[in-house]
Design a protein around this ligand. Structure first.
Ligand code: NAD
Length: 355
């Protein structure tokens, strides 16, 4: 039976890498029925909404989506579509594997990390008070009453809620992921000594849950120190478990360790739905030129195949990416080549067919 998959091409380089990924996934021979739906700037133009209901409904119906990046309009009052999508569908876990790829020159070899990031809380929950607004003024007065906290009159405020229940599910998810994928260690990054009631709660909850997984090593490191250690000795780490903001930042750092944003896939997973997307953004600086690296989107597609239970197809796609990068004659500019997005997709699709 065909798998129904929603394809959200997105903005900027999104449609270019989405077409490439679709070509490669179709080459596996697995029957995929693509249901294309808009989101982002294109959707705003066409449907009058950044995240149209028809797109959300399609994902709710099909349960899985492959999504390109979406430009977040700055200063227009719109909530980030990515944040909204993760919250609407309760996609609480972001999974972002970063592994050394053959033929891609980097400072470190043998990197094989997975960032697991809490996706719905923390500073990205979207609870914000604009400088000078009535709400900010009311908050200021309330905080003074509650604990003598003084906010400057001209302060904008973003809240950082972290709950025990929200943390509990991401910790369980991380350990179950580690167990299923034969990972040896989970490292939690935090800033608990400074933010006792948010990061401190995250750390305490994670520490307690970790005891249920004695076969997996447990490590806790403050996130600033973790950043320094990651760039020096990434091979020391395995699964990184992080609250939302740190996870966002460190997954880009991990992308940098293995050759850049064009190579790193990702998944946003909840109990009911899963949306697969590259870590990179819409790359407006190269959009429309046909030179974007499609590897991150293609590997996101491989993660989607694995999620659908199509393990053989997922492995063939990953092996084909490795083979094309290792051969080195077809590669895009971000990894030192001159090939186009389409050349890369064609080469990987051909390698999938011949596997
Ligand atoms: P970006 O990831 O779009 O670009 C950063 C740099 O990496 C650019 O120089 C770009 O050319 C390069 N790059 C990214 N992907 C590439 C690829 N596949 N091939 C070759 N080069 C690639 O980050 P940004 O410039 O900070 O963000 C641009 C827009 O994307 C913003 O509006 C941002 O909010 C949005 N964004 C969206 C998502 C998402 O939808 N999941 C994620 C991150 C950023």
């Amino acid at each position: 039976m065909a798998h129904r998959v929603v394809l959200v091409p997105g903005d900027g380089i999104g449609p270019e890498v989405a077409t490439a990924a679709r070509r490669v996934l179709d080459a596996t021979g697995v029957e995929l029925r693509w249901i294309e739906r808009p989101a982002g700037a294109t959707a705003l133009e066409r449907a009058g909404a950044l995240l149209p209901e028809e797109t959300l409904d399609a994902i709710r119906e099909c349960r899985v989506a492959l999504k390109g990046p979406i430009t977040t309009p700055v200063g227009t009052g719109f909530r980030s579509v990515n944040v909204a999508l993760r919250q609407e569908l309760d996609l609480f876990a972001a999974v972002r594997p970063a592994r050394s790829l053959p033929g891609v020159p980097t400072r470190h070899e043998g990197v094989d990390l997975v960032v697991i990031r809490e996706n719905t809380e923390d500073l990205y929950q979207g609870i914000e008070f604009e400088r000078g607004s009535d709400a900010a003024m009311a908050l200021r007065a309330r905080l003074r009453d509650l604990g003598g906290f003084e906010l400057r009159e001209d302060a904008g405020v973003t809240l950082k809620p972290i709950s025990a229940s929200g943390t509990h599910r991401i910790v369980r998810f991380a350990f179950e992921y580690a167990r299923t994928n034969r990972r040896r260690k989970v490292t939690v990054g935090h800033k608990a000594p400074v933010m006792r009631f948010s990061d401190g709660l995250f750390l305490d909850t994670a520490r307690a849950d970790a005891r249920d997984y004695p076969e997996i090593a447990w490590e806790e490191i403050q996130v600033d120190h973790l950043s320094a250690r990651l760039v020096r000795r990434p091979e020391d780490f395995d699964v990184l478990l992080l609250p939302n903001l740190y996870g966002d930042i460190l997954s880009d750092l991990c992308a940098g360790l293995v050759g850049g944003l064009g190579l790193i896939p990702g998944a946003n997973i909840g109990w009911e739905y899963a949306v697969f997307e590259p870590v990179h953004g819409s790359a407006p600086d190269i959009a429309g030129r046909g030179i974007a690296d499609p590897v991150a989107m293609i590997l996101s597609g491989a993660m989607l195949m694995r999620h659908l239970g199509e393990l053989d197809a997922a492995e063939r796609v990953e092996a084909a990416v490795d083979a094309v990068l290792r051969a080195g004659s077809v590669r895009t500019g971000d990894v030192g080549g001159t090939s186009t997005t389409t050349d890369m997709a064609d080469a990987i699709a051909a390698a999938v067919r011949s596997a």
